[in-house]
Design a protein around this ligand. Structure first.
Ligand SMILES: Cc1ncc(COP(=O)(O)O)c(C=O)c1O
Length: 393
């Protein structure tokens, strides 16, 4: 069977692959600690579940408008103004099948074959694949641990070419666990001022911030970029709603309309009763969200403390999302491994701890640990990593 060049060019998600392997080992009876998952380990708050249930019993099971149901588009527009100081009309908001689809459609709407997309590494695994899917070219910009893996203005300026059409920013960051400050966002915007580059700002981990971190939406920090920013967010991470598949994009009207047109042919629109549940999430769950945030904050502190106690492992304290991204490369030679993939395979096989190789995110010196796991699992997993490394010290 001939498979298209486009489909063949896309890699299978490495994060999903390691999660699947860990699940297989668990199913075979092995006691696996998984730090590989990319979703909250909490249940969806009950008021959200109840609202979907009511919507179902009331027959909200038909096609909805392609861009999302009007009440949710309005509520998202209100939220963006209230919480982020961003003024988008409901028509500028398109509800999508998760933030993943929002990212893909935004790239699809703006990128032609040969256009270049600037992606700082570490990056979320799907961005480069999405760019490939539309025939775009990725220009990956490396960052440094000394800068907490954040993109610096001079590195951005040096990476821009005549073909650069879009910059993807993700804060709070997967896998880096960092957050850009408003000043840092403004400094990046300053570089973009002289260009016509559009920023895709993926803010899906907005509510998961720790220590004294202040979240700022890119277009709010740099209002002069509002007309060239696509703001993306969703319900998966903040409201423990990964399986509901509801996200959204807010953008200048021309872009929003283009995305809505694409979506009308791709999915018809997101699931109707899940959108009603998402409306409840926005209205009625502040306490649930805060409880989950506090639990994540405690785990962030614990896992970081445990990592700093490992010899020859360096790590930045997580201030957002639910990931840490330590540099473990000093161990490669001692273990006799070529890079992060081998490291993670050995760790899983020998110590029964699942982590994701940093190469999936463009940084082969690192591994990603998700702390969407309870305190006991974190303690046990870190004990195992410590004992395992000690064998090769
Ligand atoms: C940075 C980032 N953006 C977007 C998504 C997609 O989220 P959703 O479940 O809303 O599609 C993820 C999920 O892992 C993510 O990590």
């Amino acid at each position: 069977m001939k498979i298209s060049r486009t489909a063949n060019s896309v890699d299978k998600s490495m994060t999903m692959a390691i999660t699947a392997r860990a699940a297989e080992m668990s199913a075979a009876g092995l006691d696996i600690i998984s730090f590989s998952v990319g979703e909250p380990d909490f249940a969806t708050p009950p008021s959200i579940v109840e609202s979907a249930h009511t919507a179902l019993t009331q027959g909200q099971t038909k096609y909805g408008p392609a861009g999302g149901i009007p009440s949710l588009r309005q509520a998202i527009s209100d939220k963006l103004l209230r919480e982020n100081n961003l003024r988008y009309t409901p028509e500028q908001v398109v509800v999508t099948v998760g933030a993943k689809q929002a990212c893909y459609e935004a790239i699809h709407a703006l990128i032609d074959p040969g256009d270049e997309v600037l992606i700082p590494a570490p990056y979320w695994v799907s961005y480069p694949q999405m760019v490939k899917l539309v025939g775009g070219l990725c220009r990956v910009i490396p960052t440094h641990q000394n800068d907490n893996y954040k993109l610096k203005p001079d590195a951005l300026a040096a990476a821009i070419t005549k073909r650069s059409r879009m910059l993807i920013l993700n804060s709070p960051n997967n896998p880096g666990g960092f957050c850009y400050t408003p000043q840092e966002l403004r400094a990046l915007a300053q570089v973009l001022k002289q260009t016509d580059i559009v920023v895709l700002s993926d803010e899906v981990y907005e509510k998961l911030i720790y220590q004294d971190t202040v979240f700022s939406s890119f277009a709010a920090a740099a209002p002069e970029m509002f007309e060239r920013t696509i703001t993306i967010n969703g319900f998966s991470k903040s409201y423990a709603m990964t399986g509901w598949r509801i996200g959204y994009v807010a953008a200048p009207i021309e872009i929003a309309q283009a995305i809505e047109r694409l979506q009308s042919h791709m999915t018809t629109g997101p699931t109707t009763f899940c959108q009603i549940a998402a409306l409840t999430a926005l209205q009625n769950t502040a306490e649930d969200v805060e409880q989950m945030r506090q639990a994540f904050a405690q785990r962030a502190a614990l896992i970081h403390q445990r990592l700093t106690n490992l010899p020859d492992v360096t790590s930045v304290p997580p201030t957002g999302a639910f990931y840490v991204f330590p540099d473990v490369s000093l161990w490669y030679q001692r273990l006799g491994v070529a890079g992060s993939v081998d490291f993670c395979q050995r760790l899983l096989t020998e110590a029964h701890v699942a982590c994701v190789p940093g190469t999936a995110f463009g940084c082969d010196n690192n591994i990603r640990l998700s702390f969407a796991a309870d305190i006991k699992q974190i303690e046990t997993g870190m004990d195992r990593i410590k004992t395992w490394l000690a064998k090769y010290a």
